[in-house]
Design a protein around this ligand. Structure first.
Ligand code: TRP
Length: 445
């Protein structure tokens, strides 16, 4: 049986952008911007995306398409009988680790979507909304049920395969997602008092910049572009040979960044217009936004729209994480896709239930001094991704034969490859040093 493939440039692009655009853009980015000085943080973030992350994305695609295999086997093919395939194994573990908390937030999103449809938000008062949120996330059964529902939806999509599953649903959902975030953005920037929020996003205040802000920007760029754990290696293995990997990576990075900006513009002006602190942190979307929606005309419509956006963004990211594990399990154990996905779903549900319970009844159970939920978050974003990213650039820059990399970069010599020298220089020298600095700092923190 021939291996499944994306149908063409647009097909790969919607799937990859779907993976990249997620809770990282809608929830993490705005609150990091809020805490780290607004526009100055954004400028640094942009520089990292362009200089460091873009070349890493290209590298992951090169590994994947060259080998047409799952992320573990890809390294076994390129570096037989070496320890390099450990990068793939760590990637698969990272997928489980991200899924274990990400799907829980997916469950919360479903809960809030239903609430916004049937109008059951607490009175527009921050403390009531806060306790409503806390009651929901700490209860033992309810968030787990939602998490399972969320997981099942994602699993069903992945079961349908690449072209008929991931690509097909991304094609439907992603354009809709961009349309809705634009509408929400327009609503937000036209609120009376929005200008303060806008200037927060475009007027840099460099006095807020210090090393930890710089490092937060690099970490966020990694997470947001789905780098460092073989996600793009896996997607790359389904990219047709004629597609230009540089163009694909560039368009993905651009769309993801654009979406993050739109999300910032949709959220920050509203936050400022209602006199709420931009430093609210992780509770921003679940506590602060419902308050804003409660106070604007047709707020309920916008609330539903916002949680639909959050839901779609989360689904298209989770399917990419599931696919990393699915490709590995189906190819390694020669299982049918449906069976593999079902098995993986059960395992993820167990971990996700633990991290959901750690918000409430299991609050006192700690792993390395963190709740289970925070542990999975920390382990993946702060340890496994930087480690994976670092290994990948060293692998492509120093282990793989340069000619092999060049061949794949230029589609076997059919593209000009003008940017190859710049790309190769970054991969060999700049990216490894930059990531090593971030990694060490995050560990020490
Ligand atoms: N990029 C997604 C977001 O911004 C999350 C995500 C999906 C991810 N796949 C990944 C992060 C792989 C790291 C690695 O929400």
């Amino acid at each position: 049986m021939s291996r499944d493939e994306f149908s063409g440039f647009f097909g790969v692009l919607v799937a990859t952008v779907g993976s990249a655009v997620g809770l990282g853009n809608l929830w993490r980015f705005p609150y990091l911007v809020g805490q780290n000085g607004g526009a100055a943080f954004i400028l640094i973030y942009l520089a990292f995306v362009l200089i460091i992350c873009l070349p890493i994305a290209i590298s992951e695609f090169i590994i994947g398409r060259k080998t047409r295999a799952n992320t573990v086997r890809a390294f076994q093919i390129l570096a037989p009988k070496t320890a390099w395939s450990g990068i793939g194994i760590v990637g698969v573990l990272a997928a489980f680790s991200i899924l274990a908390f990400y799907t829980v937030v997916g469950g919360w999103t479903l809960d809030y979507l239903v609430r916004s449809v049937i109008h059951i938000f607490a009175k527009p008062d921050i403390s009531a909304l806060e306790s409503q949120f806390t009651t929901m996330v700490t209860s033992p059964v309810r968030p787990i049920v939602w998490t399972v529902v969320f997981m099942v939806v994602c699993a069903l999509i992945v079961m349908c395969g690449i072209k008929k599953g991931i690509e097909k649903y991304s094609r439907i959902m992603m354009p809709f997602l961009f349309l809705m975030i634009v509408i929400l953005m327009v609503r937000s920037v036209t609120l009376p008092g929005a200008s303060e929020g806008i200037s927060f996003l475009i007027k840099p205040d460099f006095s807020k910049i210090n090393t930890s802000v710089v490092l937060a920007a690099l970490g966020q760029a990694f997470f947001s572009l789905s780098l460092g754990m073989g996600c793009l290696i896996t997607y790359g293995s389904y990219v047709p040979n004629k597609e230009n990997l540089t163009k694909l990576s560039f368009t993905t990075a651009l769309s993801d960044t654009l979406f993050a900006m739109l999300a910032g513009l949709a959220i920050m002006p509203a936050v400022f217009a209602f006199g709420i602190s931009p430093q609210e942190g992780p509770g921003l979307v679940f506590i602060v936004l419902p308050r804003i929606f409660a106070q604007i005309p047709m707020g309920n419509v916008f609330a539903v729209m916002f949680f639909v956006i959050l839901l779609i963004a989360a689904i298209t990211s989770v399917i990419s994480l599931l696919e990393v594990v699915t490709a590995y399990v189906t190819e390694k154990l020669k299982l049918k896709r449906t069976v593999a996905v079902a098995g993986i779903t059960v395992i993820v549900t167990v971990f996700a239930s633990l991290s959901s319970l750690s918000q409430g009844v299991l609050k006192n159970v700690t792993v390395f001094g963190k709740s289970i939920f925070d542990f999975f978050d920390y382990l993946s974003a702060n340890i496994l991704l930087p480690l994976g990213g670092l290994s990948i650039v060293i692998f492509v820059g120093w282990y793989m034969k340069k000619s092999l990399v060049y061949q794949e970069f230029t589609n076997q010599g059919t593209l000009k490859g003008t940017l190859f020298r710049t790309y190769y220089f970054i991969i060999r020298y700049i990216a490894p040093v930059a990531i090593a600095i971030v990694f060490i700092d995050l560990i020490l923190r």
